[in-house]
Design a protein around this ligand. Structure first.
Ligand code: BG6
Length: 487
């Protein structure tokens, strides 16, 4: 069987920085199927050779010591380029002819990867259909879509409908690169391949859950895109919702795409949708000082570069357990972490008044960059009567497993080639997520509540976020990961 990956938007950043380096790494580890060809499609006029040279430079830049000219040459011999315009049906007919030449008479598996700006999704999908490229008579035909899937519920539904007119849902792979991260997949293993967590993974033992995706970087050269998107569309609607679903879902019967995704969707269905009063009370939005002077950002921009929200999941497992989510640019450090905060022990025998509280247990899942898990628990300080101190059991991927963590795109590209959609978002998942997000964005715009707080770059968002959390009797776990000697 031949395999072809056709990348639309071949001259763009995503192709150069992520897709080609990931495919090259898979090839040099012998993990791509032997007969795999990669065909780039975009308007820039490249020859095959010129495109290969252009890609070689960036692959070397992004991969550093993992790049070798010899294995690149072996990889590049199956990389082709087809100049074309997404708006032009004839160019789809001609790439269909080129694919036939490359693949020969045999049947083939094809993955059409839309690495383009979102405005090209609709014409690309329509033209793939009209040129007969979605037809599966000669083997599987799959479509990979990058985020954003719409900018609100309505546009997401429109896009999903347009895609469904050409491809069946089982042919569609909506990528969320967070699901490609080893540490996110490990959450499924932590929860569903161990018995010790399940009995306590609920409202009886858990006080609340925090999910933080903090970035130290500012928006940089992406102002044009970011100023229209903002942190909620950029990070919450997709990545953070995915993390929340994996933390909160019930155990699927088998690790199969639809069984996993059914359970995830149930979580979103249970999230309480906020009205504008809730939004004023349960969300915080911020913008880092200096954002309005970034290139391509409006001088009076109201775009949030930081947000925090308190969601409720109304089901038996999670009733009354707040999920606090937050993300921002220009924060203290780069860290993605999930904190499962357990309840306090019900009675304190170590304090004479029995009422002084004892800091309660905490499970910290470090998604990146110090990938690992820590369980915080109380210990007796030796030789100090009954003095207690929080200590931790510390698991680090880097200490336990040799080798570098693969880039998230590697496993996802392999899954798309193999047709395994377990780690991809389904249409209803995306739409449900917008149903939660839309009212928040609408209320911010219509009521101006809560106000947009300005924060200094390099902190944990606006100070109002800290106060807001304290008002609920809780505290953000503001901790930058320690990158140990094992990294
Ligand atoms: C992208 C967002 O989807 O994820 C970026 O558009 C963000 O703004 C990035 O920086 C974060 O990804 P990661 O893998 O670095 O956490």
């Amino acid at each position: 069987m031949h395999y072809s990956i056709i990348i639309f938007g071949a001259s763009g950043d995503l192709t150069r920085r992520k897709l080609i380096p990931a495919l090259y790494r898979l090839h040099s580890q012998d993990r791509l199927p032997p007969d795999t060809n990669i065909v780039g499609f975009s308007r820039t006029e490249f020859t095959n050779e010129a495109w290969r040279d252009h890609l070689a430079k960036s692959a070397e830049e992004f991969l550093g010591p993992l790049f070798s000219q010899q294995s690149w040459d072996a990889f590049a011999s199956s990389v082709y380029y087809h100049p074309g315009d997404i708006g032009n049906l004839e160019d789809f007919r001609s790439i269909a002819e080129q694919l036939k030449k490359i693949e020969g008479e045999d049947s083939s598996t094809r993955v059409y990867y839309l690495a383009t700006a979102p405005r090209f999704f609709l014409p690309a999908v329509a033209h793939l259909g009209e040129a007969g490229l979605a037809d599966e008579t000669r083997g599987p035909r799959r479509l990979v879509l990058e985020k954003p899937i719409g900018r609100d519920l309505q546009s997401a539904e429109e896009l999903n409908r347009a895609v469904a007119a050409v491809f069946a849902e089982y042919q569609v792979f909506r990528i969320d690169h967070y699901l490609g991260k080893e540490t996110v997949q490990n959450l499924l293993v932590l929860r569903f391949a161990n018995t010790i967590f399940e009995p306590v993974w609920n409202r009886n033992y858990i006080d609340h859950v925090q999910i933080t995706v903090a970035e130290e970087v500012a928006v940089g050269h992406r102002g044009g895109y970011y100023d229209r998107a903002g942190v909620v569309r950029d990070m919450f609607q997709n990545h953070i919702m995915q993390l929340m679903m994996v933390i909160a879902m019930e155990a699927p019967v088998r690790f199969e795409a639809d069984l996993v995704r059914n359970e995830k969707v149930k979580v979103l269905e249970a999230v309480r949708v906020m009205d504008s009063k809730d939004v004023a009370e349960r969300t915080i939005r911020g913008q880092y000082d200096g954002y309005r002077s970034e290139p391509d950002v409006a001088a009076d921009s109201q775009t949030a570069t930081f947000a925090a929200m308190h969601l409720n999941i109304d089901n038996w497992r999670w009733q009354g357990v707040p999920f606090y989510l937050r993300s921002g640019k220009a924060m203290s450090c780069r860290t993605t972490q999930i904190v499962v905060q357990f309840r306090e022990p019900p009675h304190s025998m170590f304090h004479p008044d029995h009422t002084t509280s004892i800091d309660s247990n905490r499970l910290v899942v470090q998604i990146q960059p110090a990938e690992g898990i820590q369980l915080h628990f109380q210990t007796k300080v030796p030789d100090h009567d009954m003095k207690l101190r929080m200590t931790e059991l510390d698991f680090q991927f880097a200490r336990e497993f040799a080798g570098k963590m693969p880039e998230a795109y590697q496993p996802l590209l392999l899954d798309a080639l193999e047709g395994d959609a377990s780690l991809f978002a389904r249409n209803d998942e995306v739409e449900h997520s917008w149903k939660i997000i839309d009212p928040i964005l609408r209320a911010w715009e219509e009521t101006g509540e809560p106000p947009l707080y300005i924060y200094e770059p390099g902190v944990w968002g606006p100070p109002e976020s800290t106060e807001w959390m304290l008002k609920s009797g809780r505290e953000w776990f503001d901790s930058c990961p320690v990158l140990g000697e094992h990294k």
